[in-house]
Design a protein around this ligand. Structure first.
Ligand code: AMP
Ligand code: ZN
Length: 318
């Protein structure tokens, strides 16, 4: 099994960390700096980087109406973002329980699960394992064989829905995901280009629960970008699984993220200001249209069938 850490982190370190000259000073403590932070126009030493990371999470979550007493479901995929998320929320004193959804993807789901299990046992954290095959009736490869073409949107819908359901099933009314600044800015750009104003309006790092069977959603890492998260994992000895989902080739959000990374490299700080200016305007009104009940599974739905049961019927009839 290959863990990300070594290869990916080494590449990252050699291209960014070691660029700083020996005499570079940490912006915060004036000791020697080893970590360049161009989008913040700063350089940090390792201790001050960890302080920066914690502060960024705290600055985000102080706006969420959740207390330290609220137990949190952590959606853990085994990747860098969700393991960093789990680690920092534990460090900050939150009560957490991990949820891993096995998608049944060969050479991807198994090492992802192992990364979650290893991390949890190192830190004595509790977690639950669920499988999409058991919950939905079909694994991702089975769904792909039936639907053909790109299935990222279906996979996203399934993950969102089942993580909601499983979180509530575990008695946890708040679900935290590892979405980072790049994910959120990429999604925003995609929604703006696709003129999906409804989604733009709803894009927020905190979404209140619209229904007792749907948890509130939080994205505590939304202020941190991918490189900052990789650096955090490295400094904290976190070993995520680095594999890329074999089904995700050509996913639209990936292209949006690449475009923003290009802009960011020429104009540091742009990605951040782009996302934050929109987030401020997000409306957090409860989604009033969601008060039907699915006649098949009893879950909240927009219609007489929920989107999961509709998808299941469609796949079953192919
Ligand atoms: P993605 O949709 O792959 O970009 O992942 C976004 C976030 O969803 C991750 O940071 C996790 O918090 C969560 N997530 C993704 N896949 C899984 C999974 N298989 N099991 C549990 N949580 C997941
Ligand atoms: Zn249903």
């Amino acid at each position: 099994m290959t863990f990300m850490g070594k290869t990916n982190l080494d590449n990252y370190m050699s291209t960014t960390w070691r660029q700083l000259p020996k005499e570079a000073k940490c912006t915060r403590c004036r000791q020697q700096a080893t970590i360049p932070m161009p989008s913040h126009h700063a350089n940090f030493c390792q201790d001050c980087f960890i302080h920066f990371f914690k502060t960024s999470v705290l600055r985000g979550i102080k706006h969420f109406p959740i207390s330290k007493e609220t137990p949190l479901a952590i959606a853990v995929s085994g990747g860098k973002d969700s393991l960093a998320l789990w680690d920092i929320l534990e460090e900050l004193g939150y009560k957490t329980h991990g949820l891993f959804l096995d998608l049944g993807i060969p050479e991807f789901s198994e090492p992802s699960r192992e990364a979650v299990g290893n991390f949890a046992s190192q830190k004595w954290l509790t977690w639950s394992l669920y499988s999409i095959k058991e919950e939905f009736g079909f694994s991702l490869p089975e769904i792909r064989a039936k639907l053909r073409g790109k299935i990222c949107a279906y996979c996203g819908r399934l993950k969102r829905n089942f993580l909601n359901r499983l979180s509530v099933r575990q008695g946890l009314q708040t679900l935290a995901t590892g979405h980072n600044l790049d994910d959120e800015a990429g999604r925003l750009l995609g929604n703006l280009l696709g003129q999906r104003q409804r989604y733009v309006n709803k894009q927020s790092p905190y979404l209140p629960s619209p229904h007792p069977q749907i948890p509130a959603k939080i994205k505590p890492l939304y202020r941190l970008d991918i490189q900052e998260i990789i650096t955090y994992c490295h400094l904290r000895d976190i070993e995520p699984f680095s594999g890329v989902c074999p089904f995700s080739k050509g996913a639209t959000t990936k292209i949006m993220k690449q475009a923003l990374t290009l802009i960011e490299s020429e104009m540091p700080g742009t990605k951040r200001s782009f996302l934050f200016s929109y987030i401020k305007q997000a409306s957090l009104e409860k989604d009033q249209s969601l008060f039907g009940i699915c006649k098949q599974c009893g879950q909240p739905a927009y219609d007489d069938l929920c989107s999961i049961c509709r998808l299941k019927d469609r796949i079953s009839n192919i």
